[in-house]
Ligand binder design. Structure first.
Ligand SMILES: Nc1ncnc2c1ncn2[C@@H]1O[C@H](COP(=O)(O)OP(=O)(O)O)[C@@H](O)[C@H]1O
Ligand SMILES: [Mg+2]
Length: 368
């Protein structure tokens, strides 16, 4: 019991992707190897409250909790690369547990974007996935595209519009977009995921509506060229400085594009493994996936998403997801399963990678 690795699973969160996170956390909790790991659940409710023990279990079951009598989870630095989590008002109160590694199963802002990673970095504790920089660059679609562009990866053209400017100069913004892009265009909040706030605009009216929608979720909005006549293919990356890449899968969305409904509500979208692309294109996709993962300094895991022309097989890199959906039926674990790494083994590998990277960072001197 004492030599088990103590894992804290951080889930829920103050993001539109709260539900997705809860589902992933439940799956990890079911599958994780209990002979090897002691698990502590730390739930973040929609209001941003951190809850441990019984209240975390309620977040897990109900997806959200109500009430003013909740016991907060207090994370504290315990020294020696450990974090303690207390369920109660302070030291000495209710249960206090030491944690060796945190598995943040959080999607979107305040989870996948480097904020939580910064907190864990300050606490000097090991955690699964990318660090502050990789998470932040991967989350902000504008910054991500700029980095990918500088590294020479093929992608659609885009522009970024600040909400503030949109509110002040709608006409000018529309004119500029229409000067630089043909319809249809995709409009997205720069920092979001799960297709929340993403729309396809076929004309000026839809463009304005789309920007208004995206502006609800972020202060920065992306407008980009549509990749037409394309398949959506995805590939999973696992590792730190020398990552492995999975087989390539394909999404066949039931709707006009892979929107929130198609992802999580209706069951009609299909996942095909392998993707219906040539061996040559598959290898090229895998190479770009690996290089792009390293380009944004991601670590641990990421799912890399692409568009591939149905006829042309032209490859366009769409995005990196540094904390992809993680239920057993999510693409990230499914691609690993198809590549010979089971869900349980994947969890194990991710925790080991987290500890490895943390040990590596410990070698950096903080003295002169
Ligand atoms: N430029 C594009 N061309 C064609 N389809 C797109 C484009 N951008 C987004 N989509 C569609 O919208 C979905 C969500 O967009 P994406 O950029 O992946 O945002 P998210 O981070 O929310 O997943 C994609 O899976 C795809 O179906
Ligand atoms: Mg996506």
């Amino acid at each position: 019991m004492t030599d088990k690795i103590r894992v804290g699973i951080l889930f829920g969160g103050r993001s539109a992707e709260h539900e997705v996170s809860v589902r992933s956390a439940r799956s990890v909790l079911e599958a994780i190897d209990r002979d090897k790991y002691d698990v502590t659940m730390i739930g973040i409710d929609r209001g941003g409250r951190w809850l441990a023990a019984g209240d975390a279990a309620r977040v897990l079951e109900a997806g959200k909790v109500e009430g003013d009598d909740l016991l907060p989870a207090v994370l504290g630095y315990a020294g020696e690369r450990e974090l303690t989590v207390q369920n109660g008002a302070g030291p000495g109160s209710v249960s206090s547990q030491r944690l060796d590694v945190i598995f943040p199963i959080l999607h979107g802002p305040y989870g996948e974007d480097g904020t939580v990673q910064g907190l864990l970095e300050l606490a000097d504790v090991a955690y699964v996935g990318s660090g502050v920089l990789g998470s932040a660059v991967g989350m902000d679609k504008d910054m991500m595209k700029r980095v990918f562009g500088a590294a020479g990866f093929p992608q659609v053209d885009h522009t970024a519009v600040l909400r503030r400017r949109w509110l002040e100069e709608r006409e000018a913004v529309q004119r500029e977009i229409e000067r630089d892009f043909d319809y249809p265009v995709f409009v997205k909040p720069a920092n979001m995921g799960s297709s929340v706030g993403v729309t396809k605009a076929h004309d000026r009216t839809e463009l304005a509506r789309g920007i208004d929608t995206a502006a609800r979720f972020d202060r920065k909005i992306i407008v980009e060229e549509a990749a037409l006549e394309c398949r959506e293919v995805e590939c999973s990356v696992l590792g730190n400085d020398d990552p492995e890449v999975s087989v390539v899968g394909e999404i066949v969305p039931a709707s006009e594009f892979y929107d929130y409904e198609a992802k999580y509500i209706d069951d009609k979208s299909e996942l095909l493994i392998p993707a219906r692309i040539s061996d040559e294109t598959t290898e090229a996709v895998r190479d770009i996936a690996r290089e792009a993962f390293l380009a944004v300094e991601a670590s641990g895991l990421a799912r890399m998403d692409f568009f591939v022309g149905v006829e042309t097989e032209e490859i366009l890199l769409n995005e990196i997801n540094t904390l992809p959906g993680f239920t057993p039926i999510s693409m990230y674990p499914k691609l690993w399963d198809a590549s010979g790494v089971s869900y349980r083994e994947l969890i194990d590998r991710l925790i080991q990678l987290a500890m490895e990277r943390h040990r590596e960072r410990q070698q950096t001197s903080t003295d002169r």
